[in-house]
Design a protein around this ligand. Structure first.
Ligand SMILES: [Zn+2]
Length: 379
């Protein structure tokens, strides 16, 4: 057993990280940029590396340093996992202060930023200073989808490590061995999730998520009129909003109760003067979280549609590659016959454009309406 056990199909990256943690090879870098496609395990890799750095045996996976580092309870490992759309300068400054402190228990002060691509420009400036003048026992582990998602000045000061997309077989094996998923379901989920480990696990375990996925994949043949496109967009946007709200309602209430208790509501003591503004801050954060979750949901819809149109393209080009969406085989072949590879390429571009629009804060409904109209057969 070791801290690297959960990293599926990342043998090369694990070799680099475990050598670095053991003090072999390159001089230890004090800033790392860990990149890889969504679901490849960037944040797992960063946590495992943090554990290995704190462990006396290089990441045994069983000692208390390893266990607390992996669970997020180690006092010298700080993990920033934002649910907001961005990480602002104040949050970065708090981290930088933390980075300058000596480790209390472990060997190093480790700071993991899971979504370094969400750091604002001013935040990046504050971070840059800390990385340029590092404390000797501090290690920054920044995670992002690709190196280009992080500003060049920061990127150039980090040692870069790229994670591969794990194979379907590796993901399926993990689901069977670790999560006890039935092999046929594991194989379906690994294929449907296209190497995204967390998504595969969710699909394997949650029937509602499988139903939602199927509904999305049934959309393309239905896009035959303007009305149908607008309805499909409204349905997808409403479903993603409802899903986001459902998944946060309980947590929101819990957080508010905790804050109210901290502020002394329900007791006879006087309320602190800034109580109202603290409650408002929490509500703003919660609203931002719902918004991000909704965008993540729509992003999944776009990923699923991408696999669908890639399947159509594969059929049109006559490749022998197995379809990702074998369940939609008949519909995919019909649409493939009706169009040409050039048309399908344009539709794949339209999906990319929708993703960019969502990232740049275009209203979700507008983005999805524009997309479905682009995907529709000649209207
Ligand atoms: Zn250990």
């Amino acid at each position: 057993m070791s801290v690297w056990d959960d990293l599926v199909g990342q043998e090369a990256a694990v070799a680099v990280l475990s050598r670095a943690a053991a003090g072999q090879g390159h001089a230890m870098s004090h800033a790392w940029l860990i990149t890889g496609p969504p679901g490849s395990g960037r944040s797992n890799a960063a946590r495992a590396f943090a554990a290995a750095l704190e462990c006396d045996r290089g990441g045994c996976g069983v000692c208390s340093s390893c266990r607390t580092a992996l669970s997020g309870a180690h006092p010298d490992v700080t993990v920033v996992r934002t649910e907001q759309l961005s990480i602002g300068v104040d949050e970065v400054r708090t981290l930088v202060r933390r980075a300058s402190m000596s480790p209390t228990l472990g060997h190093r002060q480790v700071l993991v930023v899971e979504d370094a691509d969400r750091i604002t420009e001013r935040g990046a400036d504050a971070l840059l200073k800390a990385i340029e003048e590092p404390s000797p026992r501090t290690v920054w582990l920044l995670c992002a989808p690709t190196p280009d998602d992080v500003v060049a000045t920061i990127r150039s000061r980090c040692r870069q490590l790229h994670l591969a997309t794990p194979t379907h077989a590796a993901v399926a094996r993990l689901l069977v061995e670790r999560d006890g998923v039935d092999p046929a379901m594991a194989s379906f989920a690994a294929r449907a999730a296209q190497g995204h480990v967390g998504r595969a696990r969710h699909l394997a375990r949650d029937e509602a998520s499988r139903i939602r996925r199927r509904e999305v994949l049934q959309l393309p043949p239905q896009l035959t009129s303007l009305g149908a496109c607008l309805r499909a967009a409204a349905n997808v946007v409403t479903a993603s909003a409802e899903e986001a709200i459902t998944s946060t309602t309980e947590r929101d209430a819990h957080e508010l109760a905790e804050l109210n208790e901290a502020l002394g509501f329900g007791t006879k003591g006087a309320r602190p003067r800034n109580a109202a503004s603290q409650v408002k801050d929490l509500e703003d954060q919660q609203k931002a979280r719902v918004k991000r979750l909704q965008r993540d949901g729509l992003d999944r819809v776009l990923s699923e549609l991408t696999t669908y149109y890639r399947d159509i393209l594969a059929v049109q080009l006559g490749t022998d590659a197995p379809l990702v969406n074998v369940e939609q085989d008949a519909a995919i072949r019909t649409l493939a016959r009706r169009g040409t590879p050039a048309v399908t390429m344009r539709r794949l571009d339209a999906i990319l454009a929708a993703r960019t629009a969502l990232e740049t804060n275009v209203a979700p409904l507008l983005a999805m309406e524009a997309l479905f109209i682009d995907l529709a057969e000649a209207l």
